[in-house]
Design a protein around this ligand. Structure first.
Ligand code: KIV
Ligand code: ZN
Length: 512
């Protein structure tokens, strides 16, 4: 009988710390429902002390998910921990994850605390968290650069105070596989009562080693929880990629002493959802979820695969969810079929009004496009008109003209506070002209950092989904727009980003 490897997904917390990857409450619920469908054990839903919006999002995820433990992050202090506890109190199974930095550089330069103060604070924090829930996790931040003797003392104090999981972060992605595995082995050997807790790895990818480090510690150091994110999303170079960890362990059952409960057919849908919501595209040659991960281009490979799949394939595309984008609805589908498919996808619309708006857009889309897929539905409900998120600038209409050798021109109509306004501008192509027309009217002064466009499904009648990333005054936001007309989708995405900038949310980063 194999031991269980706990999959702790932190896409909604560490992943969201990636600049530009911030998500709305509705987006977080959709992602959490997909993680639950994938059978993730623990979902780290956010850092409630960061802002009132983050608190509300964690609370909403805790209420929506039943089959995964919901975890909230808290710095080791008396303000963050009760806030985290309050956010997850509705969860069927709740965890508090508290942390404090233990490396010499973090203690001295960031915390300005002595090691003894850090030791005391760690014990106090775990004890306080235990007054709210039995399921408490403790992390010594920057463990990868901490002194082992000191780490042992802090971890011993955390166990004494009641921690059930000890997570060892390589916060800055500095470790290499043998060294990280050795660190975990030493800690498990030296810390008293180490057999009473679950040991967890948390690796960042600055040297491209996050997955390798995690797997080394699972393989040879008794680690039985892995912290990871979909598509490896996360600060700087990101975290260990969930899909790579899960498939390595599943594919190499001949060497791993443990396995996960993950439904691997949900991996590709999860990857697409995250890419669409964050606007961080997946590189084509990315393992498992890249568009080329199962494509065989060379004649020799194709020939081999046709004769016997195992000649060049170690996994089956369908086992990780390629082709899971089901054809679901068409022009004649009714409201109840539409509603029930949304429910199956974990999409919760908050009111009848929102459902009506979504259904109207669905009918509109079905007129333009014969077959509607799950990915179309996800794009459709991302629309602000449907989610009823703060929509200060509302798209009304767009007229544009472009011709080879001529300057393009766009005329846009936007409504703000019930008043329609019109502006036009020339540009270098219809998208540029549309953005300039919007700026002509709005004068946001924001800087365009990213413009990306993807066909949601195949075929020339596919919806184009556009992501626009804008930055202003240190804030970075992503806007999304989908339409069968890609210039309209672009204008909607630009307005969606402006709406997010307009909604001014102040957030604290837990590690700064
Ligand atoms: O990388 C890190 O140290 C973290 C902790 C908060 C666990 O994300
Ligand atoms: Zn981290």
């Amino acid at each position: 009988m194999k031991e269980h490897l706990v999959i702790f997904d932190t896409t909604l917390r560490d992943g969201e710390q990636s600049p530009g990857a911030s998500m709305t409450k509705e987006e977080k619920i959709r992602i959490a429902k997909q993680l639950e469908r994938m059978r993730v054990d623990v979902i780290e839903a956010g850092f409630p002390a960061a802002s009132p919006g983050d608190f509300e999002a964690v609370k909403a995820v805790a209420a929506a998910v039943k089959d995964s433990t919901i975890c909230a992050l808290a710095r080791a202090n008396v303000n963050d921990i009760p806030r985290a506890a309050e956010a997850v109190k509705e969860a069927k199974a709740a965890r508090i994850h508290t942390f404090i930095a233990t490396s010499p550089i973090h203690m001295k330069m960031k915390l300005r605390m002595t090691p003894d103060q850090v030791l005391e604070q760690a014990g106090m924090a775990v004890k306080l968290a235990r007054t709210f829930t039995d399921d408490v996790e403790f992390s010594p931040e920057d463990a990868g650069r901490s002194e082992v003797d000191f780490l042992c003392r802090v971890l011993e104090a955390a166990i004494k105070a009641g921690a059930k999981t000890l997570n060892i972060p390589d916060t800055v992605g500095y470790n290499v596989p043998g060294q990280y595995a050795e660190l975990l082995r030493a800690l498990r050997e030296r810390v008293p009562n180490s057999d009473k807790v679950v040991w967890s790895c948390h690796c960042h990818n600055d040297l491209g080693l996050a997955v390798a480090n995690s797997l080394a510690s699972i393989l040879s150091s008794g680690v039985r929880q892995v912290e990871c994110t979909i598509n490896g999303l996360g600060e700087r170079a990101g975290n260990a990629a969930l899909e790579e960890i899960v498939m390595a362990v599943r594919t190499r059952q001949d060497i791993f002493p443990c396995d996960t409960r993950i439904d691997t057919t949900q991996i590709v849908p999860a990857s697409r959802l995250i890419a669409n919501i964050t606007g961080f595209p997946v590189q084509p040659n990315k393992a498992i979820v890249g568009a080329n991960a199962f494509a065989h281009e060379s004649g020799i490979h194709q020939d081999g695969v046709l004769k016997s799949r195992e000649t060049y394939e170690i996994m089956r595309a369908e086992d990780v969810g390629w082709n899971a984008n089901k054809l679901v609805l068409g022009k004649h589908s009714g409201r109840s079929a539409f509603r029930s498919r949304l429910q199956e996808l974990g999409i919760q619309l908050e009111s009848d009004q929102a459902l009506n708006a979504a259904f109207a857009r669905f009918k509109d889309l079905a007129d333009k496009k014969h077959e509607i897929f799950d990915d179309d539905l996800h794009a459709l409900v991302s629309d602000e008109a449907v989610t009823q998120e703060d929509e200060y600038f509302k798209f009304v209409s767009l007229k544009q003209r472009s011709e080879t050798g001529e300057t393009a021109n766009a005329e846009i109509v936007i409504s703000t506070e019930g008043q329609e306004k019109r502006a036009s501008a020339p540009g270098d192509g219809p998208v540029d002209a549309s953005f300039k027309a919007i700026e002509h009217m709005v004068a946001s002064g924001a800087e365009l950092q990213l413009f990306s466009i993807n066909a949601i499904t195949s075929g020339t009648d596919a919806q184009g989904e556009v992501t626009v990333r804008l930055s202003k005054g240190g804030r970075i936001v992503n806007g999304h727009g989908a339409d069968t007309d890609i210039v309209v989708a672009s204008a909607k995405a630009y307005l969606s980003a402006l709406n997010k900038l307009h909604a001014k949310a102040e957030r604290v980063n837990p590690q700064r």
